[in-house]
Design a protein around this ligand. Sequence first.
Ligand SMILES: CC(C)(COP(=O)(O)OP(=O)(O)OC[C@H]1O[C@@H](n2cnc3c(N)ncnc32)[C@H](O)[C@@H]1O)[C@@H](O)C(=O)NCCC(=O)NCCS
Ligand SMILES: Nc1ncnc2c1ncn2[C@@H]1O[C@H](COP(=O)(O)OP(=O)(O)OP(=O)(O)O)[C@@H](O)[C@H]1O
Length: 314
Amino acid sequence: MSGSITADGQLRIGLTGGIGAGKSTVAALLAEKGAAIVDADAVAREVVEPGEPALQALVREFGPQVVDDDRALDRQALAAAAFVSAERTAALNAIMHPAIAARTQERFAALAASPVVVHDVPLLVEKRMGAAYHLCVLVDVPAPLRLDRLVRSRGLDREDAQRRIAQQADDAQRYEECDAVLDNAGEPAALRRAFDALWTERIEPFALALDSGRAQPAAEGPEGEPATEAEAAVRAHAPARLRRRLEHCLAAAGASTETLSAVTAEPLGFRLETEGLGGAEAVEGALRGGGWLAADRGLRVFADPVQPGRLHLR
Ligand SMILES: CC(C)(COP(=O)(O)OP(=O)(O)OC[C@H]1O[C@@H](n2cnc3c(N)ncnc32)[C@H](O)[C@@H]1O)[C@@H](O)C(=O)NCCC(=O)NCCS
Ligand SMILES: Nc1ncnc2c1ncn2[C@@H]1O[C@H](COP(=O)(O)OP(=O)(O)OP(=O)(O)O)[C@@H](O)[C@H]1O
């Protein structure tokens, strides 16, 4: 389902959260700022339209009751059959996710000229897709409140919503994979304020740095104490996320990460022996595409103004 980080100068954001957290609400705020949105739920609907091979595979796997008289997918019937156990959900995913991934690649390719592309993807954490984006944003709401909102304002069946939550990641796993948290347990106005701060302090300068190809000199890491437990957890996992990002973009260039080592904690620093890596240009391009911009001879800086990271090439 993920696109790899390829289009030069483009900021790619992964947007996620448990069912009913408010991803669509945040995606609308991002679109207002001019970001292009790829909506995984919408792509998932397209690949099961009548005549699509994934629809036929669903009928073979789950039986004829998952289509109606017009041979269109009965979404409620499929949800009832698929979310009963981890094994049945895995069977659903095995059919759907390759089809979604192929269509998603096409979407990203068509948006190569957009400065900011957002992938709204409910299962980003479950599928450990975070390293494929420069920044992952989590919309965070405790599960019981999500359940109430889904039942009250969207009319979703409570048991269905509960079963889906049981097949999704938990909060601790989300804090490991995501770089920024938007708390949406309060009023919509509070979400908008938090979003505006994230846009101004992080997304906009990050996108400008990638677009210009120049690392920002002030990148010294997060300031002050984390305001919430969620933020503290997110920050604690930053070194591991940055390392996964580095490994992801180097692997895309076919370069070995055997000599990649962590050297400093503050600011976060890594070292990579480039001798014998081969394809210097491919490695350069992959690092740039991954958000690691040239700052000095032998030094790359990850362009996230809040979670910078340095890479020393030897
Ligand atoms: C089972 C289906 C037909 C139910 O359709 P329905 O219209 O009721 O829900 P919709 O597609 O709008 O999804 C709503 C939410 O359910 C949750 N959800 C959907 N699929 C899954 C899944 N495989 N595992 C866990 N949660 C899921 C997500 O939070 C999603 O945002 C549909 O969800 C589906 O095709 N799911 C498989 C594809 C998939 O994994 N989609 C998630 C995005 S990649
Ligand atoms: N701060 C809020 N206060 C009250 N209700 C909210 C708030 N934010 C979102 N909602 C409502 O909660 C429901 C879920 O929000 P939204 O559709 O944005 O979530 P989502 O994460 O996209 O959902 P899904 O996982 O189903 O795709 C919607 O009915 C929305 O109007």
